[in-house]
Design a protein around this ligand. Structure first.
Ligand SMILES: *Cc1c(COP(=O)(O)O)cnc(C)c1O
Length: 406
């Protein structure tokens, strides 16, 4: 007998999400990812639009050099290895990618995962137990929150970027007898575009004899000298013990995650991290694409692309502010347009797509209730004309929605 009550409960929950304007529609792309994309709107029409919601900061996701590298790696290694790494799934390409990402970011070694979500799910449980403590920023990514839950370590939380609170939590963890303390933070807070204060965090870590871990998913390839991330930007990269990151954003946009750390830490994770031991090895296409993306990101072309991102972000922030929109201050290419109401964020996003600007409204539970927003993200691949076009569309969409935005 089907459990009708179960299915009715699911439908009621879905209807509740819908009634609150919190349904997240998925638009279907018909082209490669890029500054301009072709997609199908909600009415099934094909639309060409400027894309302002990808993590494609360096514009490499659809770049033919990256695609060709993925194809070449597929030709060499096949579609995949039909094995986890330790059985018969480790290929030369994995060793090359681990070596490339660890030397790019300045670490002894690296370990690959199917996603950064898995890297964050994997990192805590093998390294820390109930004698240890993890102190986590309150706005850390969902994957960090889940990863911390999977470990037996004692949990402490500090208010987002609040260094006084962090110090309070460090004192508490020390007083309560923690053996090892690990402070963990996102490098860039992805809903706001704010950077972690890693110079203060590493300072506090040194004073309280704690380790630090940074999830630099929105920074690797994008932020700091040669794109080595928030720690490098703030001159403290050598004091960050563990970095996690993704190949699914600036570094080619395919998928895949990594952890960089000292050699022994990585060696232990290879023995004990469950998402590594019990999940398939990365496909050759992903390794090939990511290797080619790192090569571009770390070189002079990467520097040019990062300069373009900085110019584009400043231009777009300036023009949106001038037009009366409320933004978070900052420099990062994540530029949230703050709207408050979830339905307004959804309807503005729909109007914007009609005006050929592809953006996504973010609402609860991705951001706090009543803090709905349209999060825009600029890329090196946008032109100033693209961004001016988008600002005009934002102004028109605001008029159409009758919003008191800004
Ligand atoms: C995107 C993101 C992740 C997840 O990365 P995937 O490789 O897509 O799983 C984890 N942490 C942060 C901070 C992110 O922005």
């Amino acid at each position: 007998m089907p459990d009708n009550a179960f299915y009715e409960r699911q439908r009621a929950i879905l209807e509740e999400i819908q009634a609150q304007g919190l349904t997240k529609p998925e638009r279907v792309l018909l082209s490669r990812q890029g500054a301009h994309v072709r997609l199908r709107d909600e009415d099934g029409r094909e639309v060409e639009a400027i894309n302002l919601c990808a993590n494609n900061y360096l514009g490499l996701a659809g770049d033919q050099r990256i695609v060709s590298a993925a194809i070449a790696a597929t030709s060499a290694g096949g579609a995949g290895f039909a094995s986890v790494r330790f059985i018969c799934g480790t290929h030369e390409l994995h060793k090359e990618l681990e070596s490339a990402i660890s030397s790019y970011l300045g670490y002894e070694d690296a370990i690959l995962f199917a996603a950064a979500f898995d890297a964050n799910g994997a990192v805590f449980e093998p390294l820390l137990d109930d004698q240890d403590a993890i102190i986590s920023d309150s706005l850390n990514h969902a994957s960090i929150i889940d990863g911390v839950r999977l470990s037996k370590a004692r949990r402490y939380r500090f208010a987002n970027n609040d260094m006084d609170d962090l110090e309070g939590q460090l004192k508490a963890a020390r007083t309560e007898g923690a053996r090892t303390i690990l402070i963990v933070t996102d490098g860039v807070f992805s809903m706001d575009g704010y950077l972690a204060n890693l110079s203060a965090i590493t300072d506090l870590a040194a004073r309280y004899d704690a380790l630090t871990m940074v999830d630099d998913c929105h920074a690797t390839g994008v932020v700091g000298p040669t794109g080595r991330g928030v720690g490098a930007l703030q001159g403290v990269a050598d004091q960050v013990d563990i970095v996690t990151g993704t190949f699914g954003k600036a570094l080619g946009g395919a998928m895949g995650g990594f952890i960089c750390a000292r050699r022994d830490v990585i060696a232990l994770l290879r023995q004990k991290a469950r998402p590594y031991l019990f999940s398939n090895a990365l496909a050759p296409s992903i390794c090939g694409a990511s290797l080619a993306a790192i090569e571009i990101a770390k070189g002079p072309e990467g520097d040019d692309l990062r300069r373009q991102i900085v110019r584009n972000a400043a231009h777009f922030r300036g023009a949106l502010t001038e037009a009366g929109f409320k933004l978070n201050p900052g420099q990062h290419p994540i530029i949230p347009v703050l709207l408050g109401d979830a339905r307004l964020a959804q309807s503005m996003a729909r109007e914007l797509l009609d005006l050929r600007v592809f953006v996504t409204g973010f609402s609860f539970p991705v951001v706090p209730k009543d803090q709905a927003r349209i999060r825009t993200q600029v890329s090196a691949a946008h032109t100033p004309a693209d961004l001016d076009f988008a600002v005009e569309a934002f102004v028109k969409a605001r008029e159409i929605c009758g919003a008191a935005a800004g």
